[in-house]
Design a protein around this ligand. Structure first.
Ligand code: ADP
Ligand code: ZN
Length: 608
């Protein structure tokens, strides 16, 4: 069958060019669809191998493969990696200088280029479309396709223009790929990109290499972040913070503690950002304290942890951000710190934006769903996968909640006491510390009328920390609300019906008994260093291969992983290939890399 033979050719390219023996997940089916000239939509998890789905058809189908991608850093990385594999690829973006531009167009016109990466606004310029419409196009791939949807979490208006691709390139199959899209976002992608008839491939969102954990913030969140980082020495990680200033303070604090830390946010000038990104990519122990300006397009495979010092905005954002850890498939960790005031802040921010009411409602729901997962009782990975529409999901067995399931205790009576205290003291008049003091009967210099209240000291049998937990719980559930009051939040009663139901005991309030061990111990610290078990000799060889790679990379001005991934070097260190043929059998060693580096690697093997 023609289909089979084209898939055979795809498999041949997979092995010869990219050095992989088998397709992963839906890759084969997706590629088969595009090779047959049909459009498709693919939702594959981060690290799932989306790029090969359009790269291989671009190589095999006649004509140029166009890849629309939102970020220059992402394009640069992919082009560098393709060139290493001997694939003719280039990018055109606002940074490309005129000479390079001319050279790119010459090779396009000569039919010599397999892949061209462009930004959406770059592609949609009339002269660009006009020029491209005259040459054969193998496939148009739209990367990060969720950016087209208002219902998604990362809407980019310039993506809306991409609907016209269908008319401009009527003969080219279109392939929309993304790592995050709930059902509604998928429907939107189909409608916007005219993919109504396209087959849809949605892979499992499981990321078994990621160990998830979350904790409520208590006291000094930055001190907790520092402790978490110090427990993971020498590893590359990302810390997400909600503000630019927060990233600066975190980086300073970590530097003072001896960590190779850097801050990254949109307020830095471009040179500084580029330098810091390069250091993150090229050194193997940088901890980047960043806003979400740092992310999309950061394809460093060996990020070992992502810590949210402030929580993300939705489950989509969460999955994408934590998904930046462990892209090489080796164990990695994701730890999120969150609090009731973060939720309150998120809701207020959504409310204050100028958006259609419907969009606000969607975003509000997304924020609540995120906190339900963070503050929930059941497996985190399973909660995320169900959110993305997966069914029959098993608990992961390795997140903090699976490892030490928290007890859920009935705290309805305590909740009633706390609600009554807020009510008697005057809803909206005091902050949480003052309310806890009142419950304990420990307010400093209390006014006689406060002491006369029936709620004075009714919580004396429990410690202050417990009452803070109860107030948090009530805030999460909307039974209490927090007003910002310039950073000194005041607490008032929440939804009146819900409060009444709680008073009457019709609505139960459960609290979590904190799990016996704190989350986020680096349980797999040793496993993370080498998934393939290496003997001491093997470890020595692995280290010398890394040293060779570092030198080679800096000679070429490239990130080391563009040359070989850690995983490939580990396999080499374990197998000790003695010939080019044997080396070619290792995952990640394609023909071009074999030719470029084969001898050098064999030399390193012989010498170590
Ligand atoms: P993403 O889906 O996040 O864009 P990539 O396309 O960057 O993922 O691929 C992630 C990693 O998986 C890359 O290192 C790539 O070389 C590797 N990979 C992709 N497909 C395969 C495969 N069929 N076999 C082995 N490794 C693969
Ligand atoms: Zn779990």
């Amino acid at each position: 069958m023609a289909f089979d033979s084209s898939l055979d050719r795809a498999r041949e390219v997979l092995l010869r060019v990219f050095g992989h023996a088998e397709f992963r997940g839906y890759q084969g089916e997706i590629i088969g669809e595009v090779l047959a000239g049909r459009s498709a939509m693919a939702v594959l998890p981060t690290g799932g191998g989306k790029s090969l789905c359009y790269q291989i058809p671009s190589i095999l189908r006649p004509g140029l493969g166009l890849v629309v991608s939102p970020l220059i850093a992402l394009m640069a990385d992919q082009v560098a990696a393709l060139e290493q594999s001997g694939v003719a690829a280039a990018r055109l973006d606002s940074n490309t200088d005129p000479h390079k531009r001319e050279a790119v167009w010459r090779s396009i016109d000569a039919g010599k280029l397999d892949l061209l990466y462009v930004s959406p606004e770059g592609l949609m310029q009339p002269w660009m479309l006009n020029r491209l419409s005259r040459i054969p196009i193998a496939v148009v791939a739209i990367d990060e396709a969720h950016c087209v949807s208002q219902w998604g979490h990362d809407f980019r208006p310039e993506y809306r223009m991409l609907g016209r691709i269908a008319e401009v390139f009527p003969d080219a199959p279109r392939l929309a790929v993304t790592a995050t899209a709930d059902a509604r976002t998928r429907a939107d992608i189909r409608a916007e990109l005219r993919l109504e008839d396209a087959r849809e491939f949605v892979d499992s969102f499981a990321r078994p290499e990621l160990q998830l954990a979350a904790e409520r913030k208590s006291g000094q969140a930055h001190a907790r972040v520092e402790a978490l980082v110090l427990e993971r020495p020498g590893r590359a990680g990302v810390i997400y913070a909600g503000s630019r200033e927060g990233t600066e303070r975190l980086a300073e604090r970590l530097k003072a503690a001896g960590v190779n830390a850097l801050a990254y946010h949109a307020g830095l000038d471009k040179t500084a950002r580029d330098q810091r990104l390069t250091r993150f990519l090229n050194e193997d122990n940088v901890v980047m304290a960043a806003t979400i300006a740092f992310g999309m397009g950061v394809d460093k495979p060996d990020v070992r942890f992502v810590i949210h010092a402030d929580p993300p905005s939705s489950i989509e954002a969460y999955w994408q951000e934590v998904g930046r850890a462990g892209r090489d498939g080796e164990p990695a960790e994701a730890i999120t710190l969150y609090g009731a005031s973060d939720l309150a802040w998120a809701l207020r921010r959504i409310d204050s934006r100028e958006m259609a009411t419907e969009v606000k409602q969607v975003q509000t729901r997304k924020a609540r769903q995120l906190y339900a997962m963070l503050d929930g009782l059941g497996c985190r990975a399973a909660a995320v996968r169900r959110y993305f529409g997966e069914e029959n999901v098993e608990p992961c067995g390795q997140c903090d909640l699976c490892l030490s399931p928290p007890q859920s205790l009935d705290a309805t009576q305590q909740a009633q006491k706390a609600l009554a205290a807020v009510h008697r003291l005057g809803s909206g008049r005091y902050g949480r510390g003052r309310i806890v003091d009142h419950l304990l009967g420990k307010t400093k210099d209390p006014a006689p009328h406060e002491q006369a209240l029936s709620t004075w000291g009714i919580g004396g049998e429990l410690p202050a920390a417990h009452w803070r937990g109860i107030l948090d719980q009530l805030l999460f559930e909307g039974l209490l609300r927090e007003d910002p009051n310039d950073g000194r939040p005041l607490i008032r009663l929440g939804d009146a019906d819900a409060v009444r139901a709680a008073y009457r005991g019709e609505r139960k309030v459960q609290v979590r008994e904190p799990a016996p061990t704190r989350s986020g111990r680096p349980r797999k610290a040793r496993a993370a260093a080498a998934h393939v078990e290496l003997s001491p000799d093997g470890q020595f060889l692995f280290d010398s291969l890394r040293a060779w790679r570092r030198e080679e990379a800096s000679r070429q001005g490239l990130p080391p992983y563009v040359i070989f991934h850690d995983k490939t070097l580990q396999e080499i260190a374990a197998a000790r290939p003695q010939s080019l043929d044997a080396l070619a059998g290792i995952g990640g060693v394609g023909a071009s890399k074999l030719e470029r580096y084969g001898e050098a690697v064999l030399r390193a093997v012989r010498m170590a």
